[in-house]
Design a binder for this molecule. Structure first.
Ligand SMILES: [Fe+2]
Ligand SMILES: [Fe+2]
Length: 274
């Protein structure tokens, strides 16, 4: 079986004319299934893009969502839309809501969106302000009287990031436990790199002021604990978000692959033989 993996395709950065050329070009005749690890579009365009991908690829499309996919919406409303979409188009499988997906007798696929959790790097002194905080409803300031630069607002945003990151890590924890009981090889799809060493910018580990927003420490800790408890199993993580391609193996049986991406130039990262 062959899986074609894409990430951070950000289709909303392309004109309708460009989409007519780019979407067919993403199809791989050798692929049996597709995996997209988030940042596909934005809340109002996401369903249309996914539908087009499913039609064009004409194969099962597994996906998780990235932060951009929730822009101009809320976590709950976008996930509800994805639920409706999966009911209408069964070829689309939103891993965040689905359980363990069997790919072959020895390999399965699980996933959850994932979120940076502010626990790597130097959150306290970082001046980084993500669009997430302004464009996703869940990050709306607790009081509109508070200025964006007020530390209280910054720590409120951190608490929302951590709630989302922890939810994803808990879900992967549950899924991995069951997946590893049945399969020797587990592929994990998530949007955000789970280790500092996998969060790269221009080929180097991201600066300490960016790490809080470009890696999920809680997810990394869950992955390490399962890899440690299952030395004969192989866990491979596919993610994106940083747009900086790289690989990192913290343990012999745990490998993280991060996709590179450029806005306006979506591509297939890899064809993976399973
Ligand atoms: Fe992205
Ligand atoms: Fe992202």
């Amino acid at each position: 079986m062959r899986l074609a993996w894409l990430t951070d395709i950000h289709l909303n950065f392309l004109s309708p004319q460009e989409l007519d050329v780019v979407i067919p070009a993403l199809r791989r005749r050798e692929a049996d299934v597709y995996l997209v690890t988030g940042d596909i579009g934005e809340a109002d365009s996401l369903s249309d893009y996914l539908e087009r991908l499913a039609q064009e690829f004409d194969k099962p499309v597994y996906y998780v969502l990235g932060n951009h996919d929730y822009y101009r919406g809320s976590i709950e409303s976008v996930r509800e839309k994805m639920l409706q979409l999966s009911l209408r188009l069964p070829a689309l499988c939103f891993l965040t809501q689905a359980g363990i997906q069997k790919l072959t007798d020895s390999t399965c696929l699980i996933g959850h969106d994932g979120w940076p959790d502010g626990r790597f790097g130097d959150f306290e002194n970082s001046q980084v302000l993500l669009n997430d905080f302004l464009l996703i409803r869940d990050f709306r300031r607790p009081s509109s009287n508070l200025n964006r630069l007020d530390p209280e607002v910054k720590y409120y945003w951190l608490s929302v990031m951590q709630r989302l990151a922890d939810e994803s890590a808990r879900s992967i924890d549950r899924l991995l436990k069951h997946a590893l009981a049945e399969y020797p090889k587990v592929l994990v799809a998530t949007h955000v790199p789970p280790f500092r060493e996998a969060s790269l910018f221009n080929g180097k580990i991201s600066h300490d002021h960016f790490q809080p927003f470009f890696a999920s420490r809680v997810m990394g800790e869950i992955l390490l604990s399962h890899a440690d408890a299952n030395p004969n199993a192989a866990i491979t993580v596919y993610c994106g978000h940083t747009h900086g391609a790289g690989e990192f193996s913290p343990m012999p049986n745990l490998r993280v692959v991060v996709g590179g991406a450029e806005y306006g130039r979506p591509e297939v990262q890899r064809l993976i033989e399973i």
